[in-house]
Write a protein that binds this ligand. Sequence first.
Ligand SMILES: [Ca+2]
Ligand SMILES: [Ca+2]
Ligand SMILES: [Ca+2]
Length: 176
Amino acid sequence: MHKNKLFISISTACILLGACSKKDIDPITQIPPARAEQIYNRVVREWDENKDGKASCEDVAVRRRALFKVVDADKSGDLWPGEYRLAKFEDRSFHFFEFPKADVDESGRIELDEFIAIPPSRFQGFDADSDCLISKEEALRAEIAAIRSGERRRSAKSEKNKKNDEKVEELLPIPD
Ligand SMILES: [Ca+2]
Ligand SMILES: [Ca+2]
Ligand SMILES: [Ca+2]
C-alpha cells in the first residue's frame, strides 16, 4: 500500500513539475522486442563473416585478411604504400592511419598483423564497451543514434531548402 501511494505521489510530482520528461526514458526500452531482434539480426548479418551468429572482432579480422589478399597486388605477402592506399577505398578505418603510422615495425611494408591491428573505426562505433562483441543493446543504441543523426541532417536540409525557397521568392518578379 505504502509503495503504491509513494508511486502515485511521484507520478503526480512528475506531471506537476514536468521533471520526468520523455528525455529520461531510455529510448531502447521503447523498441518493441520483435523490432529489436530484427535490428540486432541485421547488424549481425552485416558483420558475421565467420558465421558464428555474432558480430565480433574475429569477423573484422576475417574481412581484413580477405582485403589484404586483394590489395596485395604483387602477392609479396606485405603491402607497399601504393597497395595500402587501395585499402582506404574499401575501409575508412585506414584513412585514420597513414602508412608510417600503420607500419609499426618500420619495415617499410605493412605486414598482415599490422594490417589487422589497425582499429576498425566502424566496428568500434558499435562496440561501445570495447569487448570485441556487438551486443544487442549496442546494436540498438547505434540504430537510434543513426536515426537521430539522419533526422538532424533532414531538418538541416529542410532548413536549407526553406532558405532556398526564400531566395527563389526574392528572385520572382513582383506582380504589378
Ligand atoms: Ca561472427
Ligand atoms: Ca611493417
Ligand atoms: Ca561490445
